[in-house]
Design a protein around this ligand. Sequence first.
Ligand code: GP9
Ligand code: MN
Length: 655
Amino acid sequence: MRRIHEQLEERIRSQFGVFFLIAVVMLWMKTYLVQVTQFDLGVQGILQQFLLLMNPLGSALIILGMAWLFRGRRRYAALMALYFFLSFLLFANVMYYRFFNDFITLPTLFQTQNFGDVSGSITALLNPYDFMFFIDFAVLMILLFSKHIKSAEGTVKRRAALTFMGIGLVISGLNLALAESDRPQLLTRGFDRNYIVKYLGMYNYAVYDAVQSTKASAQRVLADSNDITEVVNFTNSNHAEPNPKYFGKAEGMNVILIHLESIQEFLIDYELHGEEVTPFLNSLTKDKNMMYFDNFFHQTAQGKTSDAEFILSNSLYGLPQGSAFTMKGMNTYQAAPAILGQEGYTSAVFHPNTGSFWNRNEIYKSFGYNHFFDASSYEMDPEQLADYGLMDKPFFEQSIPYLETLPQPFYAKFISVTHHYPFSMDQDKTTIEPHITGDQSVDDYFQTARYADEALEQFFAYLKESGLYDNSMIIMYGDHYGISQNHDAAMEEVLEKEVTPFVSKSELQRVPFFIRVPGMEGGINHSYGGQIDILPTILHLLGKETKDYIHFGTDLLSKEHDEVVPFRNGDFVSPTVTAVDGDYYDTETGLPLDESKIEEAKKYHEVVEYKLQLSDRVVNGDLLRFHSPDAFEPVDRSEYDYSLDASRLDDEEVE
Ligand code: GP9
Ligand code: MN
């Protein structure tokens, strides 16, 4: 009896063994193919190629190997569940990558609302061949059901489990050692998720991310009031004194911020089919009362729009993973609306999308925004909808009556949505032909940009008519790239040049930035700067000192302004040096940096990394709760409620 039982157990084990090995090989091959074809990992050289091939094998053995810990039929069920889970993880990352040119992190999973809202984009992201991501799973299913699988009662053979997982661990360990030899500090620096996937593969990346995210939430708990001291010392030494020529030039004026969704600098003066794409923006760059910054860069990462908002409201960097808006909405902030609120300003955001997107309806309270006019405040005519809400022309039109209810001076931000990936628009609303690169999102980008430009012109016409133009400071900024690196081939046609790593950083991260203060001379300003510099610049123009605040940027108009512009992954650009992926280039020529200047570049690099690290400490540790700038009342979130904003026009008396 016992013998029969053992034989049966043995048969199942050997059957399962074959099934298991088929699963391992299929998952390994699929993951490798996906990593090669779906992601742009920048693989260079034989070693990196080899690692890319090997890295899914170790993970497949370890993770699928866990199935051996179960008995009988459960062993098959566990294997299928693990296989499906990994396949789904891979597929979800492919979808995410198509949209964000980046990998999923755990914090982004908390943005389920966002994922629900991007459904419009998801259909655009799906390819007809996407079902192939699950073909292997179907094959395994067929194999499974075509056989009669018996269950066994025998003891669990942990030896087999441990052998396979052990082999997997050895392969992964070797993999990590080789990766570290090629890219030292791979895991400790972790600035760039691409590297982790390239060297360690998709599944190890997921483990890495889980560890990172858990660490981040522990940080707040562990932080205490002493941690702020080093930050204060740094921001004090980094402070740039206001330039008396500009300080207070906009004192008492309204502030109108216009968030130029996905507008990149290359659009300025770009001609398509012999026409200007953004004639209005182009004219503003030449307006002598408008200050236009032509060396200005976005510094956003995964949080995109929300990162841009976060950076410019606080002069703090966004997080390396996820969006500070969603992950750190309840933190203490000393943001622009709160600072100005205490100077008698009323603040408001106008944005015709669901209020919960990017967790705005929560974090705006922490920033001290008095009003938030979200989609519920607008008539969302189905004929006039873009993927993320109401199209820009009706958006601005419908915002005006609300704007007029605000007591002056106000601080008002307008966030438009039409010019957003995938840049699709009713053809009868377009006024310029698409580009002809053959890459649809790139081609359509020019049509929505034209539309956004026209909407902006109409809003300016209103500002002029209403007189607001003469008593308001206007700030406009491009939030982030619209065209991701996945479209470099088409961008080469657009720019008529090769998109090298240098071009990708120094040109394609460039966004327009404008400041208009009535009575202040404008013109083109060539200072290098980024979104981190916006807050101190605005506050100084309004005549508000910033020395007491923790700001990582410096006033663009100050003589002491710091022209080294950090990017979120540790790269940077300055008038002399541009750093991309650890390589240094001469900013003027784009050629590798002269040996004699490398030391200086390295110093910049250290400061850049230190700044990012300190800013992360502030945000992760929620350190502003320990900082009390002079004459600043901490924000009390409970005082803010946006639920009545939508009915504001119905009120008879509006305060
Ligand atoms: C969403 C809109 C777009 O409300 O601001 O956000 P993005 O995708 O650009 O980060
Ligand atoms: Mn955006």
